[in-house]
Design a protein around this ligand. Structure first.
Ligand code: VGL
Ligand code: ZN
Length: 212
């Protein structure tokens, strides 16, 4: 039964719904395309929407191609700790960095770009991977008066997970819309992500629980 009615203090946060994370893209998330219609439906149920956009300079240090002797999905030691290296993706200004053509980005009141510092990756939409450089999103959302954030998008086990955990830490009531996300799932990272989000205090719901 749909029992959640979004109000003016609720905001839908759409994480990285970009071409490179869709099958056919450079860092395809399996089934990533299937969330597009689910999220399209959600857009009509929220008065307020923000979107994040992964936005790397060419040669970003998180690209395997920028590191000697590593393959995509290996882990390297960054100055701030372990960092997975990825295929080149979401390079600023490229088609891969564009939003999926069926995502009505015009519904977003803010587009938050992240990952633009060459030496720091940023999974979370709130803090970069050094865990101390803020993106400014928490301040924006607080100033807008939002109390509860609903997360959807790609990928469940990386950018969605890290954003959800930071949202809880920043004091927001935090909800994961599980069927509006898909995971990369490296070595069990999806189950680890769900457990971590639960432990943090986020709640998980289905999109059908949100009233139209
Ligand atoms: C993401 C890996 C690298 C994501 C972004 O959006 O989950 N994952 N960059
Ligand atoms: Zn990235």
């Amino acid at each position: 039964m749909p029992d959640i009615r979004p109000t003016d203090s609720d905001c839908l946060v759409v994480i990285d719904l970009q071409n490179d994370f869709i099958p056919g893209g450079a860092l395809a998330v399996p089934g990533g395309d299937t969330v597009v219609p689910v999220i399209d439906d959600l857009l009509d149920r929220f008065d307020h929407v923000v979107a994040s956009q992964d936005w790397h300079p060419a040669g970003h240090f998180s690209f395997a191609s920028a590191q000697p002797e590593v393959q995509p999905y290996d882990t390297i030691a960054a100055a701030y700790g372990p960092q997975t290296v990825w295929p080149d993706h979401c390079v600023q200004g490229t088609e891969g960095a564009d939003f999926h053509p069926d995502f009505r980005i015009e519904r977003a009141e803010l587009i938050l770009r992240k990952g633009y510092r060459r030496e720091i990756d940023s999974y979370s939409a709130f803090f970069e991977n050094d865990r101390e450089t803020p993106t400014g999103l928490a301040g924006y959302l607080r100033e807008r008066g939002f109390k509860r954030l609903f997360f959807c998008g790609l990928a469940t086990d990386f950018c969605v997970r890290w954003s959800v955990e930071d949202a809880v830490k920043e004091g927001f009531d935090t909800v994961l819309i599980e069927d509006a996300c898909r995971a990369i799932d490296l070595d069990g990272s999806l189950n680890a992500a769900l457990a971590a989000m639960d432990a943090a205090g986020a709640i998980r719901i289905a999109s059908s629980e949100i009233a139209a």
